[in-house]
Design a binder for this molecule. Structure first.
Ligand SMILES: NC(=O)c1ccc[n+]([C@@H]2O[C@H](COP(=O)([O-])OP(=O)(O)OC[C@H]3O[C@@H](n4cnc5c(N)ncnc54)[C@H](O)[C@@H]3O)[C@@H](O)[C@H]2O)c1
Length: 251
């Protein structure tokens, strides 16, 4: 028996990177996915690959920074499939800058693409997730938990996502909905690009990962996302799950 047989999942930022890894793990476990992404070319390619496993899966091209459109996206998916079981808020764009150089635009980019879409998607999906006793998975980062240099606009948006996840866990728990966070380290194009631009910082980061490797998009992060959307994790909520090779040990 597949772990997500018959489930309907919304996954943001799933044209590539970790989101695609999760979508791939989900369709292999029997889910049908609606992937949302800004990148039309990558999204159209990815959906073809996902449809090999789950033919009904769809790609919706959207800029998550257009917040007024987010509730309609959720409604479209719910009406097409008749329900929503899983919401994965994965997309997030940001720009690195020291505190000295950070501007309002940096904060706007990080909050508009990361925090607000996560919040508005949770809000819009709530009525549907109540029906299915569904699951929400949001994304944080060690950059926020550690306070990494040059990441202030990203770090605070990620910590805002963690705070809103804890509130959502308390508010949604009585409806049987669990809400958790994955804080990953994984071999996504975003990280590979960052590693190329910051080679010394990257080597330093690798030496601090006890497992001495980056996570696999589908094999490491996707599998934990399957667990957090399955019956096996029904009694876990409000938690930050570090899928980072042991870099940060939460207490
Ligand atoms: N890769 C890592 O090691 C790592 C580490 C810590 C946290 N994270 C978090 O994990 C998640 C996925 O990371 P990733 O490395 O796969 O990212 P990525 O940059 O590789 O991919 C992000 C995806 O989101 C899409 N996207 C960006 N802005 C968008 C917008 N405005 N509207 C719609 N789609 C948009 C992109 O097109 C892309 O497909 C993010 O929340 C990220 O902050 C990743």
């Amino acid at each position: 028996m597949k772990k997500l047989e018959g489930k309907i999942a919304i996954i943001t930022g799933a044209a590539g990177g970790i989101g695609k890894g999760i979508a791939t793990a989900y369709v292999k476990e029997g889910a049908t996915v609606a992937i949302i992404d800004l990148n039309a070319e990558a999204g159209n390619q990815t959906i073809k690959e996902l449809q090999e496993y789950a033919p009904e899966s769809i790609f919706i091209q959207a800029n998550l920074a257009e917040h007024e459109k987010l509730a309609d996206i959720v409604k479209t998916v719910a009406e097409k499939f008749g329900k929503i079981d899983i919401l994965v808020n994965n997309a997030h764009a940001s720009r690195m800058n020291s505190i000295a150089d950070t501007t309002q635009k940096d904060f706007d980019l990080s909050f508009d693409t990361g925090f607000y879409p996560t919040f508005y998607f949770m809000q819009a999906a709530l009525p549907y997730l109540k029906e299915t006793k569904g699951n929400i998975i949001n994304f944080a980062s060690g950059a926020g938990i550690n306070g990494d240099v040059n990441q202030v606009s990203y770090a605070v948006a990620k910590e805002a996502i963690r705070a809103s996840t804890r509130v959502a866990a308390n508010e949604f728990g009585p409806f049987g909905i669990n809400v958790n966070i994955i804080a990953p380290i994984a071999k996504s194009p975003g990280l590979v690009q960052w590693a190329e631009e910051n080679p010394e910082y990257y080597q330093g980061m690798l030496s601090k990962i006890p497992m001495r490797r980056l996570g696999e998009l589908e094999g490491d992060i996707g599998r934990v996302a399957v667990f957090l959307a399955s019956e096996d994790s029904a009694y876990i909520t409000g938690q930050t799950i570090m899928v980072d090779g042991g870099s940060i040990k939460m207490r």
